[in-house]
Design a protein around this ligand. Structure first.
Ligand code: ATP
Ligand code: MG
Length: 512
């Protein structure tokens, strides 16, 4: 039973009991007086009547008559109860009780039940169960109260759903943002660290949360930065190298105080961006500019120097003139190659550059490339052998693939001793064609291999420059191969030779 109803029932029963007790008490006090008064009155009337009729009663007969009138039992000598009066009283009281009870239940049902319902719903809402609703369909004031509480519950449920959605959104955002986030509370304890931050520092959440930032296993540079923000109460940004697992990454760390509405100190927020790649790209850019300048300066200096010498009078010496003009011609040729390579590379790297793909026979490509380098091969007394299935075809841009193999063959010739052999083998492997260019040249030290495809990277600068190289060839090759959806790999042994292997997707129908 609902609390208010229960209380009212107890009150009702108590009132009824008290009323009954009061009635009984009054009855107990008044009944004897009333009865004796009635006895006396009845006895008086009987005596008067007898006297009127001239009947004189003797003393014992009078006494017996009075006793009878007073309702005293002759045998027991006790006064008899007025049963009729009492039963009337009992019936009246019972009827009054039943009528009151019926009225009580009707009234409570109508007015108290909805209040109990609303109270129960309000208590459920207070506990956080925003799905609770009061159900009452009868019209009237009570219905308005129930409707109001239900509307309140609905609003609370909607607000809770909105709050949950926003909390979820925030959590997802913080969890998936590409930067590390660390929140330190006003008591210097770490309140939150997102997964990016934990991954970057290779830490577990339980090693940080709830701990003072000074005691947690944070990098010393980061602790120093947080200390500084706490003292100065101003935001700070620093770039620092941080151990990330088994490597070191460069991070841009921003730390700022979090100040509440009334200037209260709420803590510190730390945001950490991984700028390792950015730094690497910046270094590549700087290296590129430095390399281009250097590569341009060498032939330009040479051209300028020799032309000045000629202008200063050497032009009068036909032998020197011929020699100097030859150098100027060679150096301007190198300049031209460098500029062409640079332009080519920038064209390939440009967004939107597309290849004209078609099914092309590998043998065809290799023959064209071999034709281009045949002069140089002959010059150095080298032999080129080829082993390629006749119908092997790839999906490729023919002139670009020829360019790839010309570069690889030119390297194989340039970095091999005269008289050695170069071998090309091609075959299909799965849905890729695998084409290898193998030389028996100077080879490449293992530690140099990862940098081989960087622009301007050369293992032996002096030798490469002598061979007229700029260090852009393999960078171009790699780009072109990858644009074809393929890959390039190198295997090499210093002093023994190198094998450059290219994988390119096969044409859908081989044998074109
Ligand atoms: N087959 C090879 N054997 C030994 N070293 C090689 C071979 N191919 C390339 N290399 C090394 O890799 C470097 C980079 O080669 P890459 O073709 O990019 O430049 P390059 O030959 O110097 O100049 P170019 O841009 O004119 O080709 C070369 O300088 C050379 O040191
Ligand atoms: Mg080269």
């Amino acid at each position: 039973m609902k609390p208010l109803r229960k209380k009212l029932l107890v009150s009702f029963l108590l009132i009824m009991c008290l009323t009954l007790a009061g009635v009984l008490f009054v009855l107990a006090q008044l009944l004897p007086v009333y009865l004796s008064h009635e006895d006396e009155r009845a006895a008086g009337e009987v005596s008067g009547l007898l006297q009127d009729k001239g009947i004189i009663l003797d003393e014992p007969t009078r006494n017996e008559l009075e006793e009878r009138i007073a309702g005293i039992d002759a045998e027991t000598g006790k006064k008899q109860l007025p049963i009729g009066f009492l039963s009337t009283l009992l019936i009246t009281f019972s009827a009054a009780f039943i009528v009151s009870a019926v009225l009580y239940f009707r009234l409570t049902d109508r007015y108290v039940h909805p209040i109990d319902l609303v109270t129960g719903t309000a208590l459920e809402l207070a506990k956080g169960n925003y799905r609770a609703r009061a159900e009452w369909s009868a019209p009237g004031m009570q219905s308005a109260l129930v409707t109001a509480v239900n509307a309140l519950a609905r609003n609370l449920q909607d607000m809770e759903a909105l709050r949950e959605t926003e909390a979820e959104r925030l959590e997802t955002l913080i969890g998936h943002m590409g930067s590390g986030l660390l929140m330190i509370g006003h008591n210097s304890e770490i309140a939150m660290a997102n997964s990016f931050f934990l991954n970057q520092l290779n830490l577990e959440e339980h090693a940080l949360i709830g701990k003072s930032y000074k005691a947690a296993a944070l990098p010393s540079g980061l602790i120093r930065l947080i200390d500084a923000v706490q003292i100065e109460e101003k935001p700070r940004t620093e770039q620092m190298d941080i151990e990330t697992g088994n490597s070191t990454g460069t991070m841009a760390v921003y730390a700022a105080p979090v100040i509440g509405g009334h200037g209260s100190w709420l803590g510190i927020v730390v945001v950490m961006h991984d700028i390792t790649e950015l730094i690497r790209l910046e270094r590549v850019r700087k290296d590129f500019v430095a390399n281009v300048s250097h590569e341009l300066r060498t032939p330009v200096t040479s051209i300028k120097g020799f032309s000045e010498t000629l202008l200063d009078g050497a032009i009068n010496d036909p032998e020197a003139t011929g020699q100097f003009l030859e150098i100027i011609h060679r150096e301007s040729g190198r300049l031209e190659t460098l500029i062409e390579d640079l332009l080519d590379l920038s064209r390939i790297e440009k967004e939107g550059f597309t290849l004209e793909l078609a099914g092309v026979r590998v043998q065809n490509i290799l023959n064209q490339a071999a034709g281009t380098v045949s002069g140089r091969l002959e010059e150095r007394g080298m032999k080129l052998s080829m082993d390629c299935p006749e119908h092997l075809a790839v999906m490729g841009d023919e002139p670009r693939l020829v360019q790839v193999f010309v570069n690889l063959l030119a390297n194989a010739i340039a970095y091999s001793r005269p008289g050695t052999d170069i071998r090309i083998t091609a075959d299909s492997r799965g849905d890729m064609a695998e084409i290898s260019v193998e030389d028996h040249g100077i080879g490449i030290p293992e530690e140099e291999i990862p940098r081989l495809f960087e622009r301007f990277y050369r293992v032996d600068r002096a030798r490469s420059r002598d061979s007229g190289g700029t260090g852009l060839g393999l960078a171009i090759v790699k780009h072109l191969v990858e644009l074809h959806g393929g890959s390039i790999g190198v295997e090499s042994k210093l002093g023994e030779g190198s094998v450059f292997t290219i994988r390119i997707p096969l044409a859908r129908q081989t044998g074109q």
